[in-house]
Every structure is written in C-alpha cells, then in structure tokens.
Design a protein around this ligand. Structure first.
Ligand code: ATP
Length: 592
C-alpha cells in the first residue's frame, strides 16, 4: 500500500462533488451517474469499474468535458469554488483515450509547438525549451525525440511512446490536475506499468494530482495507486485508499482468494457475470453499499489553498505565427502528397495536351476549343479537394481537442491553415497550365497565358475552399464524400458548357450562381476567344464568307458575355472568401 497523505496535504487542488447526477438527452430517465458524492485531493487516483459503469462520465464531468447532450445536477467545486472549463484549461491537463496527434511532426516538434502555444508569452525561449526537455525526461521519450509520430498509414513511434508523448504534452504547462481516460488501453503490461510508474512519480512529487480511469490493472500497477474510486452501474461502491479496498471487501463478505490480483478480485465482485441473475448481482452491490459509508463531503475543502495560476492565451499574432510554421512543417513532411498532386497535374496536362494537340483556328476548332477549356476547368482542383475531404476531418478532430485545451483561437488556426494551403496549391495549376497551354496551342501571348494560369489557380482554390467548407460543416469523411460530389456535379451541370449561360433556366439561377466551374469557364473562354481569328476551308464558306470569323462572335453566340473576364475573377475570389468564412464558422461553432 502506498497511501501518501503528505502528498494530499501539499496538493494545490481539491475537487469535491456532492449529489452529482448525470443524464443524457438520449435517455433522460436513466441517470448515468447516480447521486455521487466524494472528493479528490492529491496523489495518484484511479477510477475502476466494469465497462459502462460510468468511469469516463465521471472524469468528463469533473473535467467539464461532458459531450453535448449530457448534463449534470448537483454541485462540483474546485478548492471550494465553482469552476468551469475555462478555469480548468488554465491549470489542468486532459489525456483522452484516442491520443490524436499530428502524425507528420516529430516527438520534439510536437512538444516544441505545444510549448510555444501553451506556455506564457513572457517566458523566455530558453525556459520554454527547458520545459520541453523536462517533459521528455519525465516521460522517458528521449530515445524517440527525432522520430515522427506517424499515423495509421505511416509507422512512427510505438503505442506506448505515443501515450507517453500525449502525457508529456500536458506536463509542459505543469498542470495541477491531470485527467487521463484509460491511459493503459492498448499497451502491453510492461509498457502500462512503466507509464503508470511515471505518473506515480509525478503525483508523488506533489506537483500534479493524477486522476485516471483504468480497466483491470495488473497487481504491480494496482499497487501504485494512492486512492481508488470503484464504480458499479453509476454508483460509487468504494472511495478511499487503494490499499484498504481489499480489507473493505473482506469485511463486506468478499475475501480476496490467496494468490489473486486484488484488482481482479475487486472487479470480479462488482462485475455481473454473464447470465448472472439480476437479483444476485444487485444483492452483491447492496452488500457493498451497506458497508461503504460515503464520506461527508465538505464542498469548501481546499478554499484555503492559494489561488490557481491563471494562464492566458498567447497573443493572436504569435498564435498565427506558430501555427503557420507548424502547418508549413506538416506540409513539407507530407511532400509525397504535394508531389503526387504535381505529378497528377503533369499527367493530366500531357493527356489533355495530346488529345487536343494543336487545335488550330479552323471552324472545327471552335467547338473543340470550348471542350478543351471546359475539361481543363473540371479537372482543376478535383485531386486537391478529394485530398482535403479525406484528411481534414481528422485534422478537425485534433483542432477541437487543442481548442478544448485552451491552446489557440480558431481564427488563428484557420488563417494559418488557409495561408499554407494556398501556398502549396499554387504550383499544380501553374505546372498544368504551362504544359496544356502550349500543347493545345491556345493564344500564344504572355498576357493570355498568365490570365489562363490565374483562372486555373482561382479554380483550384475555389474547389478546395468548397471541400474545406463541406468538411467543416459535414464533420466526417463519410458525410463529406457524399455531399462534396453533389456540389461538384451541380457546378459542372451549370458550368455553361452543356447549356450556354444565357440559356440556363432562371429558376435555377441561385444554383448556378454558386458554380465556380461556370465563372472559371467563362473567364478562360473570354480570355482565349477575344482577339482570335478563325479561318475557313473553301468548302466551309457561306456566301463567300466564313460562318464564324472571330472569337468575339463565339462569345456572343454562346452568351459568354453576361459578365466581363475581370468580373468572373472577382466572383471566384468572392466564392473562395464565402466558402472559407462558412468553413470557419462551421469549425468555430460545431463542436461535436
Ligand atoms: N453521450 C452519451 N449519451 C447517452 N449515454 C451515454 C453517453 N456516453 C456514455 N453513455 C452511457 O453512459 C454509461 C457510462 O458510460 P462510460 O463511458 O462513462 O462508461 P465507462 O465505465 O467509462 O465504460 P468503458 O470502460 O467501457 O469505457 C454507459 O451505459 C454508456 O452507454
């Protein structure tokens, strides 16, 4: 038994709760936590109980992170005062089961950026780096400091190292409270024990009170806990020193058999067996409850402790600067994706270029010219937008997590992301235009070439902004892949090629107003056709004249002159801005 009262005395935080009941909108009549009272002082606390007993719900309630649709009744206090998520952000850390991280960064970079974003602005660079090094040492991850974290597709650090990194990220700010949801899940017994030993040392130092949920710890691991809260079907059946739990169970008539892991024994007693009679299971619970006398909870406990250190967000320009650098770093590491996009552009432009090679200026070239221009538009931005809807939802989840930890303002993150995305999206359309323009033989003047390229860039930005907007509002990849094609197809249908803009039905005007395809097509068609002269074969002459002799005639016939080229560019810029603003609002206000 390793009960350490001195740690409790020197702990800076006391969490108390009284008559705590948690319900959810899904089934409001059934309480998920039932009238719980208790308090947490310093040391290493573990919350144990069968699956579904309410461990995560209790931790989330105390950490002010209940999911939307859940609420609590009763009182919770931190050092005798009511508190909210904002107060906790300043002085606590929270490690969730699914340790979402930036797979492209190394361990050191992950901690460095966490430090840059979360440590006080007035802290010196040296001091911030010291904190990073300190966290690395505390969690014993120095041997992988330069290894990338990795993700499901790219192997990086191991599961145990990832967990330790997740804890190290929280330790950087020296939190007074550290909440962990199942920190040992998915780890082998040696790695789990090593992680918990580190947590134990941290708690024993008195700097941080550690509260973690855990399923069924091995005996060596169980021996590390100072205190234990046992939950059964939303009720506390034991709260007190972990080392005294076994004797408490013995008194209640459940002696621990010799050579049995105490944690296994406690769990065996409180977990209903498969097919066990409900009355027998209830009787066991009632017997434990009869012996367990809940502590009289003083909600004012800890009010004499010094005020919690308050942490402010770093200034907005610094947030932007750090997030911009981090995003640049990620893009650089994801060079395969950037290279693939450029390769796609090269391949597609060569294909289009040779299919429509040197189209010339004959009468037949008029319809071919429209086809090739339209194809360039619909091809542009498709690969990048697919990449966006594939990757952004997981990035969004990480952003939600970082915001909940009080790391930065969404606006700083979103602007930094928009800036780096835009930078990396410039090259593919330029490469595409340089090849396709000359192979197809479009009007050979530098001005016309750069206007064409400019429209291709705007088209790419519109498509990816649309995809970002869809991802931010639809939230998941599953939903985004259904919604985005709908927008893209509508864009194509009303793109002005299948039906000239002038003939598009008025009642659909609100739909084709949103078509980035239409404005890009009109822009590059006007650019290409203006000043172009068409020739005729003798057999094509009508009344000794060419049926169509100039590009301006084509523009008129197809009704492409309903706006000017510059207006089309302006509308595309406006579409990009609107999509980005909606995406920002989605990211800012949809938090689940
Ligand atoms: N958002 C929610 N809405 C409704 N019920 C929920 C919600 N989240 C959890 N529950 C229910 O609350 C109960 C407690 O869930 P909780 O996740 O806290 O249990 P747990 O002890 O942490 O389980 P596990 O060990 O399996 O993670 C379960 O019955 C669960 O189905």
């Amino acid at each position: 038994m390793t009960f350490t009262p001195h740690v409790e005395e020197q702990s800076k935080a006391v969490l108390s709760w009284k008559h705590l009941t948690v319900r959810s909108k899904r089934s409001p009549e059934k309480a998920l936590l039932k009238d719980l009272s208790g308090n947490i002082t310093g040391g290493f606390w573990s919350l144990m109980g069968p699956s579904g007993s309410g461990k995560s719900t209790l931790v989330n309630t105390l950490a002010c992170r209940l999911t939307p649709g859940m609420w609590f009744e009763g009182e919770i206090r931190l050092n005798g005062r009511m508190y909210c998520l904002h107060d906790l952000k300043c002085m606590s850390g929270y490690v969730m089961q699914d340790d979402l991280m930036n797979g492209a960064l190394t361990v050191w970079e992950t901690l460095f950026y966490a430090g840059e974003l979360r440590l006080p602005h007035d802290m010196t660079v040296e001091h911030r780096r010291e904190r990073v090094e300190e966290s690395i040492v505390e969690m014993g991850i120095g041997h992988v400091r330069d290894v990338v974290v990795g993700d499901s597709l790219h192997k990086g650090i191991s599961g145990g190292e990832r967990k330790r990194l997740a804890v190290a990220m929280e330790l950087i700010t020296h939190p007074v409270l550290l909440f962990l949801d199942e920190p040992t899940s998915g780890l082998d017994s040696v790695t789990a024990l090593s992680l918990c030993s580190k947590l134990k040392s941290l708690a024993a130092s008195g700097r941080t009170t550690v509260i973690c949920t855990i399923h069924q710890p091995q005996s060596k691991l169980f021996a590390l806990f100072d205190n234990l809260i046992l939950l059964k079907a939303g009720e506390i059946v034991y709260l007190g020193p972990a080392g005294k739990a076994v004797s408490f169970f013995e008194k209640a008539g459940f002696p621990c058999p010799p050579m049995t892991n105490p944690a296994d024994h406690l769990m065996d007693v409180i977990t209903p067996e498969l097919g066990e009679d409900a009355d027998i299971a209830k009787a066991k619970g009632d017997r434990l409850k009869k012996y367990f006398t809940p502590k009289v909870v003083d909600l004012h406990a800890g009010s004499d402790r010094p005020a919690m250190p308050m942490r402010q967000l770093i200034p907005w320009p610094k947030q932007f600067h750090v997030l911009f650098r981090r995003s640049l770093q990620e893009h650089r590491r994801k060079w395969v994706q950037v290279a693939t996009q450029i390769l796609n552009s090269i391949l597609m432009s060569i294909l289009i270029g040779f299919v429509f090679y040197r189209i010339g200026d004959s009468q037949a070239s008029i319809s071919v010219r429209q086809a090739v221009l339209f194809f360039c538009v619909i091809n542009q931005g498709i690969f990048a937008s697919l990449e966006t809807i594939n990757s952004f939802p997981s990035e969004r989840a990480l952003t939600l997590r970082e915001r909940a930890a009080g790391t930065y303002n969404v606006s700083a993150y979103f602007l930094a992301k928009t800036a780096t995305d835009t930078l990396f999206q410039l090259l593919p359309p330029v490469v595409f235009s340089a090849i396709v323009y000359h192979l197809v033989g479009l009007q050979d003047t530098p001005e016309k070439f750069w206007v064409f390229t400019g429209f291709m860039i705007l088209c790419q930005l519109s498509a990816t902004s649309l995809a970002t907007m869809v991802s931010c509002v639809a939230r998941t990849t599953d939903l985004s892949v259904v919604v985005l094609p709908l927008f893209i197809e509508i864009g194509r249908l009303f793109g002005g090629y299948f039906l000239p803009p002038a003939q598009l039905p008025l009642y659909f005007s609100w739909l084709y107003a949103l078509s980035y395809v239409k404005y890009t097509y009109v822009g590059i068609a006007q650019n290409e056709l203006s000043g172009l002269k068409f020739t005729c074969l003798p057999s094509e002459l009508v009344d000794a004249a060419c049926p169509i002799s100039s590009g301006e005639e084509v523009i008129k016939r197809l009704g492409l002159d309903f706006i000017t080229r510059d207006q089309a560019a302006g509308i595309l810029i406006l579409l990009v801005v609107i999509c980005r603003v909606v995406a920002y609002l989605g990211l800012r206000f949809i938090k689940w």
